[in-house]
Design a protein around this ligand. Structure first.
Ligand code: UT7
Length: 320
């Protein structure tokens, strides 16, 4: 059976760490409020001269090294971001050039915090159809650039970073690879989480705006539904899953989903305390954390999920 096998994973976080206490010196908030309401203790912030593509290139190189593959073998790059270097060309094009890749296609996907799941599904479809052999799937963001640093309701939540996986098309008979993906968008909620700028509407970059508690109310229900749907499509039960690798928006969302689906917290990879919400980068960064520290191993059944602006949400079931 032709499958997209996860051959490698990598991540990159900028050096600069911004703590809750530092933020409390900028806006009316406290370490206690942020920790209790979100679980976030710190986030990484890109240097002034670091672009989203720079973060993506670091993560892509790490994933290639982990896969023991050369960049020249890659013939597809799908990069998920809501914070591209420029309006166009795609940030993926810059990543392709920096890696010295001169074949195949490279393009961006825009599904905000769900972007990595959408990118993974897109790359998987190409690989299974035989359009490409080896894909880099990247989630990379510099949300620090679009935050309103005077809005305590949003500026404390997000961080910068990038994560990447290498997918390799293989004929497998041992169940490895991407088993199922499930994607959803409900555009009726486009104004719950958005950026108030853009080339067509305001000709400005704009700032992130969110009605946080309204997004929160949607999150637990849709994420739980997507996880159940991906399991149904993959013909497995939630009990079969070895590791849950969720989007890291808020510890209370992770706890709510775990309670609803009766998942043991020991099976959930959690990075929200150290990374904050890195949007499209959060799922591959969490996967990289679990693989690097030895918890997530070859043969494990992994369920990833995310929800973000759009609203978009989805889940991906993969056997490593
Ligand atoms: O990744 C994309 C998807 N995004 C998400 O999933 C985010 C979902 N939403 C959330 O995580 C939560 O809604 C937040 C963390 C954003 C907010 O938590 P909440 O418990 O829903 O708080 P709230 O928005 O209902 O606000 C409660 C209070 C308000 O004060 P009043 O009106 O009750 O006096 C806010 O002004 O908390 C206040 N508040 C803050 N206080 C101190 C909001 N932000 C802060 C802050 N520090 N940083």
């Amino acid at each position: 059976m032709r499958r997209s096998v996860l051959a490698g994973v990598g991540g990159y976080l900028p050096d600069r760490i911004l703590t809750n206490t530092e933020l409390a010196g900028r806006v009316e908030t406290s370490d206690e409020w942020i920790t209790e309401r979100t679980g976030i203790r710190q986030r990484h912030i890109a240097a002034d001269d670091q672009k989203t593509s720079d973060l993506a290139i670091h993560a892509a190189r790490a994933a290639l090294a982990n896969a023991r593959m050369d960049a020249s073998e890659i013939d597809l790059i799908v990069l998920a971001t809501a914070t591209p270097d420029l309006t166009f060309p795609a940030t993926a094009a810059r990543v392709q050039a920096a890696l010295g890749i001169t074949q195949g296609a490279a393009f961006d996907i825009q599904a905000v915090c769900s972007g990595f799941i959408f990118a993974l599904a897109t790359a998987d479809n190409s690989l299974v159809r035989g359009q490409a052999k080896n894909a880099l799937v990247i989630g990379a963001e510099t949300f620090s650039r679009i935050l309103d640093w005077t809005d305590r309701g949003t500026c404390v939540l997000f961080g910068d970073g990038a994560g990447a996986v290498v997918l390799r098309a293989e004929d497998v008979n041992d169940g490895r690879g991407v088993i199922a993906t499930f994607l959803r968008t409900d555009g009726r909620h486009h104004d719950l989480l958005y950026v108030d700028g853009g080339p067509s509407q305001t000709q400005t970059v704009g700032h992130l705006r969110m009605i946080g508690n309204a997004v929160f109310r949607q999150a637990v229900e849709h994420i739980s539904g997507a996880m159940i749907e991906a399991c149904r499509l993959g013909n497995v039960s939630l009990d079969d899953i070895d590791w849950f690798v969720p989007h890291q928006a808020n510890q209370r969302i992770l706890d709510g989903v775990a309670r609803r689906l009766q998942i043991s917290p020991d099976k959930i990879i959690t990075t929200v305390a150290r990374h904050g919400n890195t949007s499209a980068a959060s799922v591959p960064l969490a996967l990289n954390t679990g693989v690097s520290d030895g918890r997530v191993k070859a043969g494990d059944l992994v369920l990833m999920e995310a929800l973000g602006g759009g609203l978009t949400w989805g889940a991906a079931l993969v056997r490593l």
